[in-house]
Design a protein around this ligand. Structure first.
Ligand SMILES: Nc1nc(=O)c2c([nH]1)NC[C@@H]1CN(c3ccc(C(=O)N[C@@H](CCC(=O)O)C(=O)O)cc3)CN21
Ligand SMILES: CC(C)C(=O)C(=O)O
Length: 276
């Protein structure tokens, strides 16, 4: 048996965007992890996780697509609705999927309102900088909290061509810093920075007041986010440098399922106690 970790207080307060802001002010790091379904979200929320992200990585992890582009708004709402049913304390942030916010701020507002109204989530996240400013303005004008996402923005993978580190050159780095400041001034409550040099990410976190959450962005930011299936070892074929694996659940599931097959084949299961 592994040693039990100190339990998180049962009456832990609800995390709001204001709580996250306070955490940054106090220098307390913010923990964020994905969930796409009720059962996982229930476990993750109970741990005391600060933010649960219903990421469009559901397109890869749940549906098996190669990219995040195919997942639809209806599918994101289905995932978000299931997660919200399970969550008591964490702030639930939902990704606006590709094609539901770019280019038309009214579409962006309509998509965000559908997510908030139909799922009961607390905030939306979208990828990009000044090119989507009008959309962000309009979503915020409806009172919907918005989280930005800069650096490696997977919905633009066909523009980038690879999932390699972004903003290594000064020009892209300077643009990223400007975009981060713009997101703050526009009124976003936080920013995700994905796969950029640690030094640049630290500089961004220090130049804005709002929390900056990193994935592959080093230790100088205000919090970290990972995909739950990756860090639990459910997703064995994905092992980027930034990922730390805390378990090997795919192996454990495989072993358990094989044992079940064996018990069926050998007539060991069910036994008398398991029968009526
Ligand atoms: N399961 C999962 N986890 C994620 O973190 C994730 C998704 N899906 N889907 C959406 C985006 C895509 N992300 C990705 C995708 C690929 C790499 C990757 O392959 N990185 C490699 C090498 C890439 C290269 O240099 O060309 C690495 O070692 O970091 C990283 C992040 C992060 N997001
Ligand atoms: C990788 C995280 C930040 C994300 O955006 C997702 O899960 O879709």
């Amino acid at each position: 048996m592994s040693k039990a970790l100190k339990p998180v207080s049962k009456n832990k307060k609800k995390i709001t965007t204001h709580v996250l802001q306070e955490m940054k002010s106090k220098g307390e790091k913010i923990s964020m992890l994905t969930s796409y379904d009720y059962s996982m979200a229930k476990i993750v929320d109970k741990t005391g996780m600060d933010v649960i992200l219903v990421g469009d990585s559901a397109s890869n992890v749940m549906a098996g697509h190669e990219t995040t582009l195919p997942i639809t708004l209806d599918q994101m709402i289905y995932h978000a609705t299931s997660v919200v049913r399970a969550v008591e304390n964490a702030l639930v942030v939902v990704d606006l999927p590709f094609g539901t916010y770019q280019g038309n701020s009214k579409t962006a507002l309509d998509s965000s309102i559908r997510i908030m109204k139909e799922s009961g989530a607390h905030a939306v996240k979208l990828e990009g900088g000044k090119e989507i400013k009008e959309s962000i303005d309009r979503i915020l004008s409806a009172g919907i909290p918005v989280m930005g996402h800069l650096g490696l923005t997977p919905q633009s993978i066909y523009k980038f061509g690879t999932y390699t580190v972004r903003a290594k050159q000064d020009e892209e780095a300077n643009r990223l810093i400007e975009d981060a400041k713009m997101l703050e001034e526009t009124g976003c409550f936080g920013i995700v920075l994905e796969k950029i040099p640690a030094k640049l990410a630290k500089q961004v976190a220090e130049s804005v007041e709002i929390p900056v959450i990193g994935i592959g962005a080093g230790n100088g930011v205000d919090g970290q986010v990972l995909v739950a299936h990756d860090m639990l070892g459910l997703n064995v074929d994905f092992s980027p440098r930034f990922l730390r694996r805390y378990n090997n659940l795919s192996q454990q599931i495989e072993d358990s399922v094989k044992q079940y097959i064996n018990d069926v084949k050998t007539r060991d299961f069910p036994n008398e106690n398991e029968s009526y």
